[in-house]
Design a protein around this ligand. Structure first.
Ligand SMILES: Nc1ncnc2c1ncn2[C@@H]1O[C@H](COP(=O)(O)OP(=O)(O)OP(=O)(O)O)[C@@H](O)[C@H]1O
Length: 336
């Protein structure tokens, strides 16, 4: 095995036996073991005060653990210079922390400049990043932070955190302060962006809907910093590991689970005889069952086109979706 393959075989972030007891005796995190793969998006979720933020801040050493070790890409973070470490890890928080007296472009440029890039390289990089987060640099670059909406400021925060090309991005309730509609849009955009950039993300939220929507895996914390379950969204919702998780994910977990259950292609029906011009809405083949149901309910045509790229490959009908729902619900019931 060469150096590259052994490096990529290990998790990007590994917490082993990590604990934090604050000076006043508060146990914020207990004996935490967590391994996060390269390119994975892991959500830490749980009720207020269960140790999510403390865990996140131990990864970039804003807080020192009392016990255990934390490795990033195989290197123990406690052996690294904290300032250097923090520069190499992106960090996005709810209070974006943009410099109020600097224009947006200058705000994003700070990071490449800090790394010793020339002004012109830093400016190009900042423009590219603003574009990446969906803000036209020509429109927004010359504005000051207070001239942007909360959601737009949050995007700038994400752009700035990505400016150093960090392998790891830590996010603490980044979309917590924006209204639900903007929040959903930011979540969608962020998922696309994360896919494109391939960065490993640890994302703190107290909102189970946000966690199952974004996370490849979800770590559910119980109070006292106990990790109650670490699993895929579908399994956390479908097979909670204990009473606490079951209660936390709530009684609507069946519905939530549909949102993370992919539509089985077996339930897409052939196009036979349907003129694509007659189809109202169209969806992709990677749609979730929950979305399929929602689109069908919204659309008055009763038939929704399914596209792969530009090509129509079939249709969704109320019958097909009904069959898919029954199959998925039966599977959930069988899993108990
Ligand atoms: N500096 C501190 N000194 C003492 N106790 C602290 C300190 N910071 C946090 N705590 C306590 O540690 C526990 C975990 O806090 P933490 O902020 O990690 O929780 P959280 O899950 O992120 O909560 P929230 O969702 O409310 O932000 C809480 O009981 C909190 O009161």
């Amino acid at each position: 095995m060469d150096a590259t393959s052994s490096a990529s075989a290990q998790p990007m972030i590994r917490l082993s036996g990590v604990g934090k007891t604050y000076d006043d005796g508060t146990v914020a995190v207990q004996e935490l073991d967590l391994e996060i793969e390269r390119g994975e998006l892991v959500c830490l979720v749980g009720p207020s005060g269960c140790g999510k933020s403390t865990t996140l801040k131990m990864i970039n050493r804003l807080i020192e653990p009392t016990t255990g070790t934390i490795e990033i890409d195989g290197d123990d973070v406690t052996h690294q210079d904290p300032v250097q470490l923090r520069r190499s890890i992106g960090y996005v928080i709810q209070q974006v922390g943009l410099f109020p007296h600097q224009k947006i472009l200058a705000n994003v440029m700070t990071v490449p400049l800090l790394y010793g890039e020339s002004k012109s390289v830093a400016r190009d990089r900042a423009r590219e990043l603003l574009d990446l987060v969906g803000l036209d640099p020509a429109t927004y670059g010359d504005r000051y932070p207070h001239q942007l909406s909360g959601g737009q400021q949050q995007r700038v925060g994400v752009a700035r955190a990505l400016a150093a090309n960090p392998p790891v991005l830590l996010m603490d309730e980044p979309f917590g302060a924006v209204d639900p509609v903007v929040r959903t849009r930011l979540q969608d955009e962020f998922l696309r962006l994360q896919d494109e950039v391939g960065v490993t993300v640890v994302f703190v939220t107290h909102d189970i809907d946000e966690a199952v929507r974004l996370g490849d895996r979800v770590a559910v914390f119980a109070s006292g910093g106990r990790l109650a379950q670490f699993d895929t969204p579908a399994r956390v919702l479908g097979r909670p590991s204990d009473e606490f998780v079951a209660e936390f994910v709530g009684s609507t977990s069946g519905l939530r689970r549909l949102a993370v259950t992919p539509l089985d292609p077996a339930h897409i029906e052939p196009l036979d005889g349907v003129r694509t011009g007659d189809l109202g809405a169209a969806v992709g083949t990677d749609i979730s069952l929950g979305e399929a149901l929602a689109v069908l309910l919204r659309d008055d045509h009763g038939v929704v086109g399914v596209r792969e790229g530009a090509q129509f490959v079939g249709v969704l009908t109320p019958n097909g979706v009904h069959r898919a729902l029954r199959a998925a619900l039966a599977e959930m019931a069988a899993e108990g």
